[in-house]
Design a binder for this molecule. Structure first.
Ligand code: SF4
Length: 403
């Protein structure tokens, strides 16, 4: 099993104010790293830290504010704490002093609703051990593992770490394939990367960098060209690449230039498979044909990066869809972790960006409400391919191997 920076488990720490969440994190790491205070409610916004847990390895821990806050500020803290459930792979619910009431039950409901596996840790057990009556009460609500613990005495730290490790889904440690299952040693891979006004100054964008690195990791050979060099390459080089990957925006220009016998896709579609919603996009994209005048489409961008994606989501994609369908469609664009303010049922379709800056879990959580409401989902690359009449061709390289 390979662990990388990209798939470090994200662990959320939840519980009432001053159950010892921050001290618990310090115990996991073996040093003082979090905000610890005697005063209830010292932790405000969720605090994200990259840590190393003995027995688990590198991880990201997210220390949340107390869930039992009151007043306006408290409400905001609670909302922010629950937002964390969209990005964590597992959760620790800290309790202490035998307190297990409606706050804890509400959190467990939230874990279940976001499908986040969790464990319970009863902290400060040296001061007040877990009573049988509390254990029975908890047992009527959840079957999750519950461990008596003391951050001060480090009682049961090993047991807590084993239980935490067991709660992290196996899939978090599995490195998904970017290209490794469709290219091999010595293969040529053609990467078509327009260097235009929208390209960032002096560097490549993340999906291009990821592809270049993956080609090298697989002992294959990168050929990186601008789009106006591709025609000459095929005329003169005598090379038949094992795969050609383009920026989706030049699909239209490239479709007659990349020969039909060369498997062809885009960086965005490569990422769609890597980030794990490929099947939903495959099924949802053809619904573009069913859009009618006045229908509403939600464009989701996973970060607030202004380079490139901003322009695609707000202008290019809506224009291409209008040209293709001839329909007047309404669009809402929601970026980063901004709230989706309309009801999901108001939308006929959701089109998601490539999601290069976020994890699989974050993308899955972002699309959950659309999936739950059976709204068609597509992504930038697939939608652009559809309106260019290239959908089957450019999804084919991954269609037999999607995760
Ligand atoms: S996460 Fe989405 S919006 Fe942000 S740079 Fe990547 S593809 Fe663009």
């Amino acid at each position: 099993m390979i662990k990388t920076r990209d798939n470090k488990p994200h662990i959320g720490i939840f519980g009432r104010r001053n159950t010892g969440k921050s001290s618990f994190i310090n115990s996991l790491v073996g040093q003082e790293i979090a905000i610890v205070s005697e005063q209830a409610g010292t932790t405000t916004d969720p605090v994200k830290k990259s840590i190393e847990i003995f027995g688990i390895g590198p991880a990201i821990v997210v220390d949340t504010a107390g869930i039992d806050d009151t007043g306006e500020l408290g409400k905001k803290r609670i909302e922010k704490s629950l937002e964390v459930l969209k990005i964590v792979d597992c959760a620790v619910l800290m309790i202490s002093e035998n307190t297990f009431e409606s706050y804890e039950k509400a959190l467990i409901e939230a874990f279940n609703s976001y499908e986040v596996p969790y464990i319970l840790v009863h902290n400060k057990s040296d001061e007040q051990p877990l009573e049988e009556e509390t254990r029975i009460r908890i047992g009527t609500i959840t079957k999750a593992e519950l461990t008596d613990f003391s951050a001060k005495e480090k009682n049961n730290l090993d047991k807590v770490i084993v239980s935490l490790k067991n709660s992290i889904p196996e899939s978090v440690f599995q490195k998904p394939q970017l290209l490794g299952d469709i290219i091999g040693k010595g293969d040529y891979v053609l990467l078509i990367t327009p260097i235009d006004n929208e390209a960032p100054d002096g560097r490549m964008i993340l999906p291009q960098v990821m592809a270049i690195r993956d080609v090298l990791d697989n002992d294959a050979i990168n050929i990186v060209l601008k789009e106006d060099q591709v025609e000459n390459f095929f005329k003169t080089s005598g090379i038949t690449p094992k795969l050609a990957i383009t920026d989706s925006q030049v699909f239209g220009k490239m479709k007659d230039i990349v020969p039909a016998n060369v498997p062809f896709t885009s960086f965005s579609i490569m990422l769609a498979r890597f980030r794990g919603n490929f099947k939903a996009y495959l099924d949802g994209t053809p619904k573009i044909d069913e859009l009618q005048d006045g229908d509403r489409v939600l464009i989701l961008e996973s970060c607030t990066h202004q380079v490139n994606c901003d322009d695609i989501g707000r202008f290019k994609l809506p224009n291409w869809i209008k040209e293709y369908t001839g329909r007047n469609i309404e669009y809402d664009v929601v970026a980063g972790l901004d709230k989706i303010t309309r009801d999901m049922e108001d939308y006929k379709m959701v089109i998601q960006c490539g999601g290069c800056m976020v994890t699989r879990k974050q993308l899955r959580s972002r699309l959950k409400s659309a999936k739950d409401a059976s709204i068609a989902i597509s992504n930038y690359g697939m939608a652009i391919a559809w309106v260019n009449g290239m959908f089957d061709r450019v999804t084919e390289p991954f269609s037999k191997v999607y995760a």
